[in-house]
Design a protein around this ligand. Structure first.
Ligand code: BEZ
Ligand code: FE
Length: 307
């Protein structure tokens, strides 16, 4: 190839060639990165990584991501990892506030009509719930508004599921989980593992949960502040219900009328999961449940799909 004094090569300038080369590199790095996965033995891993590369590259192109912004993102993710401990999962929290947890849950939690809908697991199901007798109080500290929660675990055709296991966890009346305040709450506070009786019934005592802020003292809190978002979740109790021959469900019940039902920081509210925690002073119910009047009573069934 010949180049004249003006830098023209066969009708194109050196500048044109440099621009074309840069553009080609910009285009082909994605294909090269995807092609580098050719030796991946697990086809699903290959599919996931190829999708990740394509989408992340498309994101960088679309937003014209700068070097400084890339470095900031790396620092943010590094801090997210460094904030994780045995009792804190900042990456799940990040996934939660970006709506990714709820999206994955929705893609995979497609339930047949009538089955209890699922929602996010959240980052606080990290210790084993203590086995408790039906009717036991999971509020080991007291001080909150007393409440009875109960119902049945049923198959979708209405058949009760005796022996179903119901794992429950909730924040205390101040909005903290036991693992967040080990100096104030004993381990297992707000948690219980119950086995449904011969009629599929379950029941426990607790305090009415309060809305609470997700942890904001780490990088996820910085993200919420930078985007002007509040950190609150509406009042709820977590459940995982499982029974032989059925698909387990990970879900919450939300307290009807709670603040933030329409702006959950992690997008996890589904209308079917909002339940009345009715105030009652019925003497026969109080005697049956062994609680003093008045108290709040939430009654609902957990309905599982056959596997
Ligand atoms: C929770 O409900 O425990 C929770 C869920 C997502 C993020 C933070 C907390
Ligand atoms: Fe929670």
């Amino acid at each position: 190839m010949t180049t004249d004094a003006t830098g023209t090569t066969g009708g194109t300038t050196a500048t044109d060639e440099a621009a074309a080369a840069a553009t080609v590199t910009d285009r082909t790095v994605t294909d090269e990165a995807v092609a580098s996965l050719a030796g991946t033995a697990d086809p699903r891993l290959r599919e996931l990584l190829a999708g990740l590369i394509r989408h992340v590259h498309a994101f960088a192109r679309e937003t014209r991501l700068t070097q400084q912004e890339w470095e900031k993102a790396v620092t943010f993710l590094t801090r997210t990892g460094q904030t994780c401990t045995g009792t804190r999962q900042e990456f799940i929290l990040l996934s939660d506030v970006l709506g990714l947890s709820m999206l994955v849950e929705t893609i995979n939690g497609d339930r047949a009509a009538g089955a209890t809908e699922s929602t996010v697991l959240g980052p606080f199901h990290m210790t084993e719930s203590p086995v408790r007798e039906l009717g036991a109080d999971i509020d080991l500290v007291g001080g909150g508004e007393p409440c009875v929660v109960g119902g049945r675990v049923l198959s979708r055709d209405g058949t009760p599921l005796p022996g179903a296991v119901i794992d429950v966890w909730q924040a205390d009346g101040d909005g903290f989980y036991d693992v967040q305040r080990p100096d104030v709450q004993p381990p297992g506070n707000g948690r219980g593992l119950f086995t449904a009786d011969a009629d599929g019934r379950f029941r426990f005592r607790t305090c009415v949960p309060s809305p609470y802020p997700i942890p904001t003292d780490g990088p996820v809190g910085d993200l919420l502040r930078a985007t002007g978002r509040h950190p609150y979740r509406p009042a709820h109790i977590h459940f995982i219900a499982s029974a032989e021959g059925h698909v387990p469900v990970t879900t919450h019940i939300f307290v009807a009328g709670s603040e933030h039902l329409d702006s959950d920081a992690v997008f996890a509210v589904k209308p079917s999961l909002v339940q009345d925690f009715a105030r009652t002073d019925d003497p026969s119910l109080a005697a049956e449940f062994g609680v003093a009047n008045p108290f709040r009573y939430a009654r609902f069934d957990l309905v599982l799909e056959r596997s």
